[in-house]
Design a protein. Structure first.
Length: 302
């Protein structure tokens, strides 16, 4: 299976996860700090760490500097997702998702400056088509064309930069060291994020209250969501081993398109959960965007 197949698994699974994130935020965390939601993510990593260590005992053979930087990558990932979840608290998923397109731009600059990666003209053209296609989705899919939402932009630009930095650290070590060793210590960094918040009395009390009041439903939905998100993250990280950072992130930017497609399906089948503008004009613009994205994926895979 080529790196492109793994790279595409990421946006598809992340689009599903985005809608589940929105459901969780609206249902359980509308008036609660979203950092509590990420405690569940941290716990998922803690559960998986012994499994990785069992099959890959070499994870403990890394030097301390490498362990620290790989763990920092996981911690940065959690901080980036915190900005994203805060953005979801006040905006629809289809409005938030397009801002993820800042990640390929940050990723290209960071990879060029730090890793020395270069892209061919064809790959640059393909990445530009993907970004242009998904941005056209955001232009027609937004709730307001007249007012620019500065708070949303600030939150998601911070998210994009921090996520790109986290991905850069991962790629640097996943190429030099083993993939699963890097993943193991990223989970350790994510676990550290959860430990920090659970060590604060008010957050610990709020977390326990959520478990008591909506424990079973919250755990079931969140566990499913974390497994879906984890699958996308692992597929994306695996693709990073074989392809340039900016190219993988450009393919990952198709998440916006998949978020919209899922929103359309939900509007048709479950209108009480999601409502999207399904007018002919919007559909035509989405079709054009899909063609541009498809062409971009073809170019970056060459």
């Amino acid at each position: 299976m080529s790196w492109l197949a793994f790279a595409l698994c990421g946006p598809i699974l992340w689009a599903i996860s985005t809608h589940l994130d929105k459901y969780l935020v609206e249902r359980y965390f509308k008036d609660t700090d979203v950092a509590l939601l990420l405690v569940f993510t941290a716990l998922m990593g803690v559960v998986l760490m012994p499994v990785i260590a069992f099959f890959e005992p070499g994870v403990f053979k890394q030097d301390w500097l490498s362990i620290g930087l790989m763990s920092l990558s996981g911690l940065l990932y959690m901080i980036g997702i915190t900005f994203y979840l805060r953005a979801l608290q006040g905006h629809d998923a289809s409005v938030v998702a397009p801002f993820f397109q800042s990640s390929p731009l940050f990723g290209y600059v960071l990879a060029y400056l730090i890793l020395g990666e270069t892209l061919s003209g064809t790959q640059l053209a393909g990445g530009a088509l993907i970004i242009f296609g998904v941005l056209s989705v955001s232009i027609t899919g937004g709730t307001s064309r007249a007012q620019f939402q500065w708070k949303l932009a600030a939150l998601m630009l911070c998210c994009g930069f921090i996520m790109s930095l986290s991905t850069l650290i991962f790629k640097a070590f996943a190429v030099k060291d083993e993939f699963w060793a890097t993943t193991f210590w990223m989970f350790a960094g994510e676990a550290l994020y959860g430990v920090v918040f659970l060590s604060i009395g008010s957050y610990r009390a709020a977390f326990m209250h959520l478990l008591r009041s909506n424990g079973k439903a919250l755990l079931a939905v969140n566990a499913s969501n974390e497994l879906i998100n984890l699958g996308g993250a692992l597929a994306n990280r695996y693709a990073l081993i074989f392809a340039p950072l900016a190219v993988v992130q450009a393919v990952g930017s198709t998440t916006t398109l998949f978020v919209f497609l899922i929103a359309v399906i939900l509007t048709w089948l479950f209108p009480s959960i999601s409502r999207e503008n399904l007018s002919p004009r919007v559909f035509i613009s989405k079709g054009i965007a899909a063609v541009l994205v498809t062409a971009g994926i073809f170019l970056v895979s060459r």
